[in-house]
Design a protein around this ligand. Structure first.
Ligand SMILES: N[C@@H](CCC(=O)N[C@@H](CS)C(=O)NCC(=O)O)C(=O)O
Length: 213
């Protein structure tokens, strides 16, 4: 198995946590998102992933993009331990929280969006920061409300799941962008608990072979 990713990419981080949790061995192939205009735009990489985004996951003849699709594939092929535990209702909650992050928040703050804001729309640092603050605040406020209903030790009850896998990298990136997470006490407590888990800790960007200072 191979995972094409970037150390600081939140979507790559999700895939790494899922692979670690399921104790699956894989080769990590770094794709530098900044160097030389971004290796994700190179023809050789776009043949693998026409979107020009990381991660891309390869398992023999299977080539997958989209971290949630990769996680669902891993879940079907390697069901234990499960990242979608519990009843149909709980699995619905897990998927909804995962999508809140992966489909609603992350696409608005992605590198290519930030580059468009600064390069094409000429946003200065303060304007770009206001953009990031706005979308994080809106998303994390709703996420906190949802956690009030469903959280236990983790995002949904007391079992680790795909919702947790999506939360960790997004809080990491919030910290990177200087977002204040003190208004979200449940999110913060769950995040702190998750960071202690070995399969989460090992997937941290700073532990990847392509990590930079
Ligand atoms: N929905 C996709 C998002 C993939 C994505 O946005 N990846 C980012 C890094 S987190 C990326 O490759 N950005 C490169 C760019 O914006 O040029 C997934 O979950 O895999």
């Amino acid at each position: 198995m191979e995972l094409y990713g970037y150390w600081r990419s939140s979507a790559s981080y999700r895939a790494r946590i899922a692979l670690n949790y399921k104790q699956l061995e894989y080769n990590y192939i770094p794709v530098h998102l900044i160097k030389d205009g971004g290796e994700q735009h190179k023809q050789s990489y776009r043949q693998l992933n026409p979107n020009g985004l990381v991660p891309t996951f390869v398992d023999g003849t299977v080539i997958l993009h989209q971290s949630l699709a990769i996680m669902e594939y891993l879940e079907e092929k390697y069901p234990e331990p499960s990242i979608l535990p519990g009843s149909a209702r709980l699995r619905g909650c897990i998927r909804a929280l995962a999508l809140d992050i992966a489909s609603e928040l992350q696409p608005l703050i992605n590198l290519r969006v930030q580059q468009y804001l600064t390069r094409e729309l000429k946003f200065d640092d303060a304007q770009k920061n206001a953009w990031l603050q706005h979308w994080f605040r809106q998303s994390f406020t709703a996420f906190e409300r949802n956690l009030e209903e469903v959280a236990g030790d983790y995002c949904v009850g007391n079992e680790f799941s795909m919702a947790d896998i999506c939360l960790v990298p997004q809080v990491y990136s919030a910290e990177r962008f200087g977002i204040d997470i003190t208004p979200y006490p449940i999110l913060r407590a769950v995040y702190a608990r998750l960071c202690e888990l070995p399969w989460v800790a090992d997937a941290h960007p700073s532990k990847q072979p392509d990590a930079e200072n």
